[in-house]
Design a protein around this ligand. Structure first.
Ligand code: DNO
Length: 401
């Protein structure tokens, strides 16, 4: 049996409807209660409403992505105990509705980072791109973060300085929009429409992390896990932390889920089967230091959710999102490892046997250009990727028989 085929759906306002998703052969939905402000309890009624809607279309609500962790928990504000308590109440309510797989991340302030959402590989499609120099432009010359000058190689700073000088104001606004508005607003990040205002909110949040290094953020994650994992265990829930995207330190912020050692640390911090991982092949592959084949094998028994995609690394730390079967992530080996792990779970008749996977992101192509889908989440691009991966999966399964 294949991995559970899932699809990220953004709720009522998603232009891709549940009835469309069903036609793709999807079994499970990955979604969140995006309308509930971060930190508030997800009530039984709200969860049930979405669950029933999904089931009416012949699928199940397989994974919550994300049950967002409030910034105050991440930087360890006094209110964190109350926020953690709220979090556990949401978990209990989800479990009562039969939803047991929860994806979350512990990236401070900013989630996935790209500098260009319209990069054009030669074939006429569009992919997302991370340009190191552009990112330093944002950090050093738009946010004007003083310490940035010492955190990057001199050569990059110089390139960023001349790039900034040559940028039109429209290009500057576009860069802000891409980094902190368009890519963040529709998930769980700060949601504002005005770039100037976004920069101000953003700077305020950066301030909160002054003095918190990786060690400090680890302590705060451990504190959170100690509060949450016992409740997850008692309710048959699997918590799946999402890696940092890209997997490196950014904007002087601590980032602690970027490498094999980091993940090992998270899993050991509270050593419970309820404390698991979202294996995001795309995020991890953007770090030249990550050996994904080794990591997927090493962590297989704690992986409860997979994001399948790949990146191509270029010079200077630049990268773009490659086709799903191209680039640095060896999807063949990753998929095979997860299929073998799932088989083991099924033979052991353990709960949560099937591993949900979704294709993550997709190239914009064909009719995607006429619809304003969320960045990274076009219909046709994801459909193509899903078909490729499903075909590969059948091949692997037949070979394993
Ligand atoms: C972007 C996604 C992330 C991811 C969250 C999980 O497309 O990969 O936003 O959903 O970080 O918490």
């Amino acid at each position: 049996m294949g991995l559970e085929k899932t699809w990220r759906w953004f709720g009522q306002n998603d232009k891709i409807k549940l009835s469309d998703i069903r036609q793709i052969g999807i079994e499970g939905i990955v979604t969140a209660l995006h309308h509930i402000p971060n930190g508030e309890i997800w009530s039984l009624e709200d969860i049930e409403q979405v669950r029933l809607q999904i089931e009416k279309h012949g699928m199940r609500w397989s994974v919550v992505e994300s049950l967002p962790v409030h910034e105050k928990i991440k930087y360890g504000a006094p209110e964190r105990d109350l926020l953690i308590e709220n979090y556990t109440k949401s978990l209990t309510n989800l479990a009562r509705c039969g939803i047991h797989t929860i994806c979350y991340n512990f990236m401070p302030v900013i989630d996935w980072i790209r500098t260009d959402l319209h990069y054009k590989p030669e074939n006429g499609t569009e992919a997302s791109y991370f340009d190191f120099v552009e990112f330093v432009v944002f950090d050093r010359y738009i946010l004007r973060r003083e310490a940035a000058a010492n955190e990057y190689p001199q050569e990059i700073i110089e390139k960023a300085e001349s790039r900034f000088a040559s940028m039109t104001s429209k290009e500057r606004v576009q860069l802000i929009n891409t980094i902190i508005v368009e890519t963040q607003g529709f998930i769980d990040g700060i949601s504002v429409d005005d770039p100037e205002q976004a920069v101000e909110i953003f700077k305020g949040l950066l301030e909160e992390y002054k003095g918190i290094d990786n060690g400090g953020l680890r302590e705060n994650l451990k504190y959170f896990l100690e509060g949450v994992i016992p409740v997850a265990e008692a309710n048959g829930i699997k918590m799946c932390i999402h890696p940092d995207d890209p997997p490196m330190k950014v904007l002087g912020l601590p980032r602690i889920v970027s490498s094999q050692d980091d993940i090992q640390w998270v899993l050991d911090a509270v050593d419970s089967t309820a404390n698991g991982l979202t294996f995001c092949a795309g995020s991890l592959s953007a770090g030249a230091h990550n050996n994904l084949n080794k990591m997927v094998k090493l962590f297989a028994n704690r992986i409860y959710f997979a994001h399948l995609r790949s990146t191509r690394l270029l010079e200077n730390g630049n990268f773009y999102e490659a086709g799903h079967l191209e680039g640095r992530a060896d999807i063949y080996t990753i998929l095979k490892t997860l299929l073998l792990e799932q088989k083991k779970r099924m033979e052991a008749e353990s709960p949560n046997q099937r591993i949900p996977m979704r294709v993550d992101h997709g190239h914009k192509m064909l009719h995607d250009f006429t619809f304003n889908y969320h960045p990274g989440y076009p219909l046709i691009g994801r459909l193509k990727a899903m078909s490729e991966i499903c075909g590969l999966e059948v091949g692997i399964e037949r070979n394993l028989e």
